[in-house]
Ligand binder design. Structure first.
Ligand code: CTP
Ligand code: CA
Length: 222
């Protein structure tokens, strides 16, 4: 993976990556989660490390495994845990790529005892989690900040809105509509949109290939 000069293009660069779902506790035995496999984030971590980067991979609960001397894995559970871990490392980061499927809402109250099924219906009150990506957009200085957008309608418009609103350098639009693309599989169909509104659309590819395309794009920008 060395470049034409025989150098590793991300050598001495610190790359912070989020991956996987978050779990938001309802009671001691239950949570709200999602189907994110974590694959996309783990592939980005491996690709970055193979290009010489020092990688911090903050991941929610997944079955993914990685062992690489340049990758530090920080395991978290909830959106708040992920927020705290990311903020611990962001200041010294050169490139942050937030691919995690963070829960947007969490139970307002976490029951201390297991909820018993003694009522005919049950309503859970939810409140918003902190938006980790947006919080980095607010404090970023030299860092190159990349987000993902998972959309099922008005894809480009919504992704452009997130790029701007969250003060990103690049957003990766993930199209869930296409067969084989999305959360669980090995493939994704993505479109990159940068600050200058340049749009690059790709065919359905493996997540490893998407990771490599993404890092090439970032390297061309920094
Ligand atoms: N994200 C985050 N923290 C959150 C929610 C989202 O860091 N609490 C990040 C994701 O990792 C992703 C980006 O924000 O990089 C966009 O996530 P997405 O779910 O597509 O958009 P949202 O801003 O959450 O808006 P919505 O779900 O309503 O489309
Ligand atoms: Ca969301």
């Amino acid at each position: 993976e060395q470049d034409v000069l025989g150098k590793l293009p991300l050598r001495n660069k610190k790359v912070l990556i989020t991956a996987g779902p978050t779990y938001e506790a309802i009671d001691p035995v239950r949570f709200i989660g999602n189907h994110s496999s974590g694959k996309m984030g783990f592939e980005i971590a491996k690709a970055a490390a193979n290009l010489g980067a020092e990688v911090i991979l903050v991941t929610g609960p997944t079955s993914q495994k990685v062992s690489h001397s340049l990758i530090d894995v920080i395991q978290v559970v909830s959106a708040q845990d992920m927020y705290d871990a990311v903020h611990e490392y962001f200041e010294s980061t050169d490139i942050a790529i937030l691919s995690a499927a963070v829960a947007d809402y969490k139970p307002k109250n976490v029951e201390l005892q297991k909820i018993k099924k003694n009522t005919a219906s049950l309503t859970l009150e939810l409140e918003k989690t902190k938006d980790i990506l947006a919080s980095l957009g607010e404090i970023k200085k030299q860092q190159y900040l990349v987000g993902f957008a998972l959309e099922t309608q008005d894809e480009l418009e919504n992704a452009k809105g997130k790029l701007k609103r969250k003060n990103l350098n690049l957003i990766v639009l993930n199209s869930l509509n296409d067969k084989g693309a999305g959360f669980k599989g090995d493939t994704n169909k993505v479109t990159f949109i940068d600050e200058e509104q340049n749009i690059t659309a790709f065919d359905l590819k493996t997540k490893a290939e998407v990771a490599s395309d993404l890092l090439s794009k970032i390297i061309s920008h920094i």
